[in-house]
Design a protein around this ligand. Structure first.
Ligand code: KG4
Ligand code: ZN
Length: 351
């Protein structure tokens, strides 16, 4: 694949409809995105049927907008990449079928992208990050530490045994009546809070495991709210609960990351970079805590800009470029998959 080749990326796995045009030399030509937040907010979470319908309504318009903004038509594109999983199956089918149609009509190579691989490879779009590196993927649906050894080569070191960390943020926000999605709202309230006022647990802290658990922490917050009664609604108390919860999450993430860095320090080649990805990586407090942990371990931290941490199509186009460069591609029969763990991926032939 030449450096001036342009790939169209499509993302529809959850509640963001997005299209992007990215060139193999790492320039982003256009990246329009429609967030369905307002559609789902009244329900306090993503409703799969509403999401799928919104993707159908918006995706064509976003692809047309991406082409217009980049001053291109389909003739200027060298490949099409769409998220094929994991995610909500209705939305995945909308995006993948659209990509298949464009690829078929225009005779272009198609890549069915794993959404987690797209998050994992984003770091290589924004910085010169060589394999292997460690990835902390923290989003609404995922919480895992992965050794990224190459395109299609992932070794999961630890994962959550119950809730994903973004899910815990969302649930705590809901309990406190803050709204949805909870992460940014909890972060904002936590800024004025005292993280020490409430004694909250740090699940699995200090244990010799790289797994995470957040459900006990979430339940502890619920018990505090119940015990506080009407006082739980006071602005000061909400801020203190948010700060306490966020600090507990920070302690857990830092403990697990430090442990993963120690464990992989003996490997050759040694991962010299920690990449954070997923919506929760947008949290400035958590970034600051992780930066300190990386500095202590003598490892670089790469944190994509906010727009590339949350779901987007730029990362999908980029994952497509990484795969097409290695000669990979998918045929028209490739399915959408609600469940598709990173460990099931295979490297492109010949690498
Ligand atoms: O990666 P993402 O956009 O979607 C997937 O889950 O794949 O992540 C969304 C999640 C939500 O749970 C949201 O509350 C959380 O990321 N999030 C945050 C912040 N911004 C988004 N969590 C903590 N702090 C934030 N600033
Ligand atoms: Zn995501």
């Amino acid at each position: 694949m030449r450096d001036d080749a342009i790939v169209l990326g499509i993302e529809t796995s959850c509640d963001e409809t997005a299209a992007a045009l990215v060139r193999a030399d790492r320039s982003v030509l256009s990246a329009p995105l429609f967030s369905q937040l307002a559609e789902h907010a009244p329900y306090g979470g993503v409703v799969p049927e509403i999401a799928a319908r919104a993707h159908v309504e918006k995706l064509d318009l976003l692809i047309a907008q991406a082409l217009r903004e980049a001053n291109l038509d389909f003739a200027g594109i060298a490949g099409v990449a769409a998220t094929a999983g994991p995610g909500l199956i209705g939305g995945l089918m909308v995006g993948l079928l659209t990509a298949k149609t464009i690829a078929l009509v225009r005779g272009l190579p198609l890549v069915a992208v794993n959404h987690l691989e797209a998050h994992a490879l984003t770091a290589r779009l924004i910085a010169d990050v060589e394999f292997p590196y460690l990835l902390l993927l923290v989003s609404g649906g995922h919480c895992q530490i992965v050794a990224v050894e190459g395109v299609g080569r992932y070794r999961q070191l630890g994962t959550t045994i119950d809730d994903a960390v973004g899910e815990a943020f969302d649930k705590v926000a809901k309990m406190l009546g803050l709204g949805y999605p909870g992460g940014p709202l909890v972060e904002r309230r936590a800024r004025d809070g005292d993280p020490e006022r409430f004694d909250l647990p740090r699940p699995l802290l200090g244990q010799d495991s790289l797994d995470f658990s957040f459900s006990g922490l979430k339940t502890a917050v619920r018990h505090k709210i119940l015990a506080l009664g009407a006082e739980a609604g006071a602005a000061r108390t909400v801020a203190d609960l948010c700060a306490g919860f966020q600090a507990a999450v920070g302690d857990v993430l830092v403990d697990r990351v430090a442990r993963a860095l120690r464990r992989t320090a003996r490997e050759r080649p040694r991962p010299s970079t920690l990449v954070i990805a997923g919506g929760v990586a947008a949290n400035a407090y958590l970034r600051w805590r992780l930066e300190a942990a990386c500095a202590d371990a003598g490892v670089h931290l790469v944190a994509p800009p906010l727009a590339l941490c949350t779901d987007n199509a730029v990362m999908v186009a980029w994952a497509g470029i990484e795969r097409l460069r290695l000669g990979a591609g998918d045929d028209q029969g490739v399915p959408a998959r609600a469940r598709w763990p990173l460990a099931e991926l295979v490297p492109p032939l010949g690498c």
